[in-house]
Write a protein that binds this ligand. Structure first.
Ligand SMILES: NC(=O)c1ccc[n+]([C@@H]2O[C@H](COP(=O)([O-])OP(=O)(O)OC[C@H]3O[C@@H](n4cnc5c(N)ncnc54)[C@H](OP(=O)(O)O)[C@@H]3O)[C@@H](O)[C@H]2O)c1
Length: 264
């Protein structure tokens, strides 16, 4: 018996990094997994991998910043598997590294749409489904970041998005606590994914440093002495969605190897 057997779990940002590790982890725990991302080939490969291992999965090509596409994602999940029990709203992209006064209105709207509005859209359609299904209820985890706990010079829009996700998470948790819907945030530190590799490369280029020097910079600031593995974030999302976390809602679970412990 696995922790999520019989459940239906939706994972956004499943084509890479933490979301990919999470889709595999949800499937290992017995959930039927619905995966979203914009890259169909990567999504279909992952679906095949889960099915070859004996699981059940569906990939739905989705841009989570588009309301119609998110509504379609939830509808397709329910058409295929009948209900929605768990959701991991995890997709995001860092598009802007400008200082605050140099950001254009278009850049502001673009990144906030991609990283914050997208999570609200997912919550909206997922919660509507969870409220209206037979045996109403569910568990939702939204991916925030340690960048959402404070400011981030050169990435303020990313910070704003991740901080907004914490406020959305807590608000929704309070609103739906009596409806058997739990909503929590995974506050991620540094994890070894294509996103982090992109950030490290961009930082190294701008500061004229070797990539390894930037990686060392991270490692030295993490009390556990290393960048996390995507599976270590995924396992926390799975636990938050499981019945073992049945009395946990509105929580911001920091998973960062201790990086922020001295400041909080
Ligand atoms: N890695 C870290 O150190 C770190 C630290 C703190 C927080 N986080 C957070 O962790 C989450 C996962 O990041 P990651 O590091 O795993 O990054 P990643 O490897 O770049 O994966 C990001 C995922 O999001 C998807 N995505 C991005 N924009 C999307 C959109 N508009 N619609 C649909 N899917 C979209 C991408 O898929 P497609 O390209 O196929 O659309 C991809 O699957 C993000 O919320 C990130 O902010 C990461």
């Amino acid at each position: 018996m696995t922790r999520l057997s019989g459940k239906v779990a939706l994972v956004t940002g499943a084509t890479s990094g933490i979301g990919k590790a999470a889709a595999l982890a949800f499937a290992r725990e017995g959930a039927r997994v619905v995966m979203a991302g914009r890259r169909a080939e990567a999504g279909e490969e992952l679906r095949a991998q889960i099915e070859q291992a004996g699981g059940q999965a569906l990939f739905v090509q989705t841009d989570v910043s588009q309301a119609g596409q998110v509504e379609n994602l939830v509808n397709r999940a329910v058409e295929r598997f009948g209900r929605l029990d768990c959701a991991f709203n995890n997709a995001a992209t860092i598009t802007n590294f400008s200082f605050t006064a140099d950001i254009s209105e278009e850049e502001f709207d673009h990144e906030i749409n991609l990283n914050l509005k997208s999570v609200w859209l997912c919550l909206k359609y997922e919660i509507q489904q969870m409220l209206n299904q037979a045996s109403p209820g569910g568990a939702i985890v939204n991916t925030s970041s340690v960048n959402g706990l404070g400011g981030t010079p050169g990435a303020s829009l990313y910070s704003v998005s991740k901080s907004g996700i914490l406020a959305l998470t807590k608000s929704a948790a309070l609103e739906y606590a009596t409806k058997n819907i739990r909503v929590n945030a995974l506050v991620a530190g540094a994890f070894n994914t294509p996103m982090l590799q992109g950030v490290i490369t961009s930082f190294a280029d701008r500061a004229n440093l070797e990539q390894s020097a930037v990686e060392n910079f991270y490692n030295e600031r993490i009390p556990q002495g290393r960048i996390g593995r995507p599976g270590e974030a995924a396992d926390v999302a799975v636990w938050l969605c499981s019945d073992e976390a049945g009395y946990v809602t509105g929580h911001s679970m920091i998973v960062d190897g201790g990086m922020s412990a001295a400041y909080r």
